[in-house]
Structures are given as structure tokens and as C-alpha cells.
Design a protein around this ligand. Structure first.
Ligand SMILES: [Zn+2]
Length: 268
């Protein structure tokens, strides 16, 4: 069975109600998590959290607005590549880095994993890769975080085998099976939050876990079907699909077979 090791690599702050309607104006911390998924014979990193590259790329100019909107706190010792090193794992030991989507707080460490195979939504990358300037900023994408040669290491998850999921994962019925993951890691589309937004079902000894990325920012969102502030809709790729995904998470939660983990949960 697979194991999941959680890393926190920096955090940002914003008003609670931005993440959860009705949560008020109190400023809350939203940790940026990455996950090491180890299957019987494979090692995978899900997202990268923040990294010094993000601080560098948003120090001045247009992309400094990113940090003005969501102030970022990051200590170099939190870099995922360093935390992995403390577990005795080098970038070259990973079978793949898997990107849930292309927002800065999920891809900022990519330059620390240059040359490592990277899996992503091909559809999402096609919609993101040529964004520049204000168009990129509006989509939460910082082009400077993408390392040289990135595309030559990238594989679209759409090229993986499409398989049927067990009934206990309803309403999710199909997924992309991660190659080399011993049938313990399945990637699913969780559309709405960002172009090509992905999640992953992981089979662990204590049951199924869904890494649900940014499909919600608080468990209350999928438990009680409460969305974020209307203001947060500005950064959403497709608000209507975001709520479709939230309803699917709500059904999955009510089914009682899966532990759902959100990248930024904790404050609310
Ligand atoms: Zn995001």
C-alpha cells in the first residue's frame, strides 16, 4: 500500500472569507503543501509548494502584484527539495513530479527538479504555456518559474491508461492510472479551480485518500457546500465547473470511504 508524506513549503495569508464565504475578514494562514507518494516500487512528488524561485520571480515588476494580493512567507529551509533531502531522497530518485495545476504556489519549486519527469494535464498546459504578462498574472501563472527544457520532461496524464475506479470512489468512476505506481495511484480531473486542475486517489494502508489540491480551501466547503467569496471567482478558471466538482467531493465525503486532503486546509 502507498504512503503519503506531507511537506509544508511556506504559506500565504488572506482574509478567511476569501476562502470560505461567511468566514469573516480575519487574516488566516494558508500553508502550501506538497506530498511524497511512495508506492510499492515508485516515488512521486505531488506539487512543490513555494520555493525561493517564487520570491525571486515576484520581487519586482508586474509579478510583484502576486505577493501584494496574497503575501507569501517562505523560509529556504522549507524548500521541498531540502525536506526530501532530509528523508534521504534526491530529485533523481523520483519517478515523477506531478503538478495539480500551474498556480505559483504549486509549481514554484520546479527549478529544483529540473530534468525530473513531470506529469501534468496536457489540456491545462496547452491553455497556460503561452500566457505572459498581465494575462499570466490574472491566471496565477508566473512564467519565470518554468525551468529550461521543461516540456521535454513533461508527459500529459491524458496519455495514461484510462481505468474504471472501484465503486466506493463514486461519484468518481474513471481515472488515469499512474504508470509505475503499482495500481496505487490514480489521477482524476477536478475541473473549475484552474485550467487542467487534477487530483489523485491514493490507496494507503488506512484506506483511500483523495489529494484534492485546490478543489476547495476548507473542508467546510465540500462538507456543507459553501463556496469561497464571490471575489475569489475572479481567479477561478470556470466557476460553474468548480461547483460541480465541489458537489462531487460532497458526495464522495458522504460516501464515507475516502479521506479528502486539501493543499491549503488548516486555517478554516
Ligand atoms: Zn490554485
Amino acid at each position: 500500500m502507498a504512503t503519503i508524506t506531507v511537506f509544508e513549503a511556506g504559506y500565504c495569508t488572506h482574509a478567511g472569507c476569501m476562502a470560505l464565504r461567511g468566514a469573516g475578514m480575519k487574516v488566516c494562514r494558508f500553508p502550501a503543501r506538497a506530498y511524497l507518494i511512495e508506492t510499492a516500487s515508485g516515488r512521486f512528488l505531488w506539487d512543490t509548494g513555494y520555493a525561493s524561485h517564487f520570491i525571486d520571480a515576484t520581487r519586482s515588476g508586474l509579478f510583484a502584484w502576486y505577493r501584494r494580493v496574497t503575501p507569501v512567507y517562505f523560509d529556504e529551509r522549507e524548500a521541498v527539495v531540502r525536506q526530501l533531502g532530509e528523508h534521504g531522497i534526491r530529485a533523481s530518485d523520483l519517478d515523477a513530479v506531478i503538478l495539480s495545476h500551474f498556480h505559483g504556489d504549486h509549481i514554484a519549486g520546479l527549478r529544483d527538479f529540473q530534468g525530473t519527469p513531470t506529469w501534468l494535464s496536457g489540456e491545462g498546459w496547452a491553455a497556460t504555456r503561452s500566457l505572459k504578462g498581465i494575462g499570466a498574472l490574472r491566471k496565477g501563472f508566473v512564467p519565470g518559474l518554468i525551468p529550461p527544457g521543461f516540456e521535454s520532461c513533461a508527459t500529459a496524464v491524458e496519455s495514461f491508461s484510462r481505468v474504471e475506479l472501484p465503486a466506493e470512489l463514486a461519484p468518481f468512476t474513471h481515472a488515469y492510472e499512474a504508470p509505475g505506481a503499482d495500481g496505487e495511484l490514480f489521477i482524476v480531473d477536478l475541473p473549475g479551480h484552474a485550467a487542467g486542475h487534477l487530483g489523485a486517489f491514493v490507496a494507503t494502508a488506512s484506506g483511500w485518500v483523495l489529494l484534492a489540491s485546490d478543489a476547495a480551501w476548507s473542508p467546510a466547503s465540500y462538507r456543507e457546500l459553501i463556496g469561497p467569496s464571490r471575489l475569489a471567482h475572479i481567479i477561478m478558471d470556470e466557476p460553474a465547473r468548480y461547483y460541480d466538482t465541489l458537489r462531487m467531493l460532497n458526495r464522495l465525503h458522504r460516501g464515507g470511504h475516502v479521506s479528502i486532503r486539501l493543499t491549503h486546509e488548516g486555517a478554516l
